[in-house]
Write a new protein. Structure first.
Length: 278
């Protein structure tokens, strides 16, 4: 079986050619270049990963030059989730232009403590509208206290596939974890939600125990079903805390409650059907 990594970052160490924003002067791993060959050859290929969904690195903000160059170089291997500034007056034009380059997914980055109606304002409503009109995907870095607002916007735009990254960051809520997991499960009733099983190490301030992680995946797989779940490594953050294989082996070897068909769905087919079918 060959796999697809639905959540990986790449960037260059050349900050002159690819400038970073001033908020990201200290990158994970120091000056290590997390380039596509590094991702593909050293990490992906040994783990039988054949395709990757690349997420726009936050230090580049809305300058998607580097990620578009990589997808152009390796069109059969990479798909891009780009970031556009939601406050831009040209956001509709920008999304259409990217879609003409073959980009089919756009990222929204949120924080905790969202105001009511958050996705109705701040340019996000336009993003969802453009996505629905043009068969595009919205990928969201969401947090548990924003799940209600996320549910509301999903119901307004039911044809837009909405991918929740890093299991909704539920492991960051260690004092309220069970409620956060239940709230995330409730989102499964909206059929346009997809969920990434990613960020086990990198995105969580507190790394969950294996038992807690497996319990969570089992519960989520029972409500979302494997055809709306996909695995992601969260590379390179994953390799800063372990190895690339550590992440994928949890799904391959530790999730004994999943059948081989279900594992294939999560490790390959869901991401293939959503990101690589167009």
């Amino acid at each position: 079986m060959k796999y697809i990594d639905s959540h990986a970052f790449v960037w260059s160490s050349d900050n002159l050619l690819y400038p970073i924003t001033k908020d990201f002067t200290d990158l994970p791993g120091g000056k290590i270049e997390f380039s596509p060959p590094e991702l593909l050859l050293r990490n992906g290929r040994p783990s039988l990963v054949e395709k990757f969904v690349l997420i726009q690195a936050p230090q580049y903000h809305s300058d998607n030059t580097y990620i578009i160059e990589q997808v152009t170089r390796f069109p059969e291997i990479f798909k891009a989730v780009v970031y556009v500034d939601p406050s831009s007056p040209k956001i509709q034009e920008e999304m259409i232009n990217f879609s003409e380059l073959g980009v089919n997914a756009f990222r929204i980055i949120t924080s905790s403590n969202l105001n009511p109606g958050y996705y109705q304002d701040n340019g996000y409503d336009v993003m969802f509208s453009v996505a629905q009109q043009n068969n595009l995907i919205i990928s969201i870095s969401a947090y548990p206290d924003g799940f209600i607002e996320l549910k509301n916007i999903s119901e307004k735009y039911p044809e837009v596939p909405i991918v929740i990254e890093n299991m909704g960051n539920i492991f960051q809520e260690k004092n309220n974890f069970e409620k956060c997991l239940d709230d995330l499960c409730q989102l499964s009733s909206n059929r346009n939600f997809y969920l990434k099983l990613s960020g086990f190490n990198g995105a969580s301030n507190t790394k969950p125990s294996l038992d807690l992680l497996l319990l969570s995946i089992e519960k989520l797989s029972s409500v979302f079903s494997p055809n709306r779940l996909m695995w992601g490594s969260d590379y390179p953050f994953q390799v800063l805390h372990g190895t690339y294989e550590d992440s994928i082996s949890i799904l391959k070897n530790d999730c004994t409650f999943l059948s081989e068909v279900q594992k294939q769905q999560i490790l390959s087919d869901t991401a293939r059907n959503l990101f690589f079918s167009s």
